[in-house]
Design a protein around this ligand. Structure first.
Ligand SMILES: Nc1ncnc2c1ncn2[C@@H]1O[C@H](COP(=O)(O)OP(=O)(O)OP(=O)(O)O)[C@@H](O)[C@H]1O
Ligand SMILES: [Mg+2]
Length: 231
């Protein structure tokens, strides 16, 4: 079966003040449908750089990236944005919500780039909010929500377009431990409902909850292992 995501010999370099910064140094990853993957590793090892490429927010300098059977590594910005909108759900550590828009409008926003009526966008956004347990907060602005609720809105926004894959860069990095547990329970249930999830985390106990743990060190994969099944 074709993997959902297939990365081969991926490199990322930045030219900084005449210096060549070689951040990703040959990454190979295959991720199949309904995998639950943690990416860990020291600060500065290249995790976010990799995640931004996987999320079609950035492009590799060298190497191949297949999303399903589509080669996205050579795509121009505009085509990449389209692929991102259709196929990727991205969750950030800092939520990245529009501060002056309601939870509902934040969730519905990515659907504006689809051929969809306003009422269908609204209907889908409400369903996504209900899925993350926030049906009763649709009209709240981000600053009228708790940190955990804001991240739920961001997750609803990521889910709303029914992406092939959900990517999250330290989604619980700004949350206290009780709220982290809530958000992890949400990711667990999305996974059991069939979502494919890849998340960056610094926290060993979060990595242990995922089925597979990929460790990045100095721009390379230093280990890629399966956790024992817990239940
Ligand atoms: N746009 C950029 N231009 C130049 N260098 C960059 C850029 N983005 C990242 N880097 C460099 O690439 C390296 C990896 O950064 P990255 O953000 O991927 O690390 P990380 O593993 O996510 O770290 P952390 O755990 O602290 O979030 C760092 O040395 C960083 O300075
Ligand atoms: Mg990072």
């Amino acid at each position: 079966m074709t993997p959902m995501l297939n990365v081969k010999s991926l490199h990322k370099r930045y030219a900084m003040a005449g210096e060549d910064l070689h951040v990703l140094r040959g990454i190979d990853i295959q991720i199949r449908e309904n995998e639950y993957v943690a990416i860990t590793g020291p600060s500065g090892s290249g995790k976010s750089t990799l995640m931004n490429i996987l999320g079609c927010l950035d492009r590799p300098t060298e190497g191949q990236y297949l999303l399903g059977d589509q080669d996205v590594s050579g795509m121009d910005e505009q085509t990449l944005a389209l692929v991102r909108n259709r196929r990727i759900g991205f969750v950030f550590q800092s939520f990245n919500l529009m501060p002056r828009e309601s939870a509902l409008n934040n969730v519905a926003h990515p659907l504006r780039y689809r051929r969809m009526s306003r009422s269908e966008r609204r209907h889908r956004a409400l369903a996504a909010l209900a899925r993350v347990g926030l049906a009763d907060r649709a009209t709240h602005l981000p600053n009228q929500l708790s940190g955990g609720q804001r991240q739920r809105v961001a997750i609803a926004r990521a889910l709303c377009g029914e992406p092939s894959i959900l990517l999250a860069d330290e989604p619980t990095g700004n949350l206290d431990s009780a709220t982290t547990a809530d958000i992890m329970n949400l990711f667990d249930s999305l996974w059991s409902e069939g979502s494919t999830i890849v998340m960056i985390t610094h926290e060993p106990d979060i990595a242990e909850r995922c089925r597979r743990v990929i460790r990045i060190e100095d721009g390379r994969i230093s280990s890629d292992r399966l956790n024992p099944v817990h239940d």
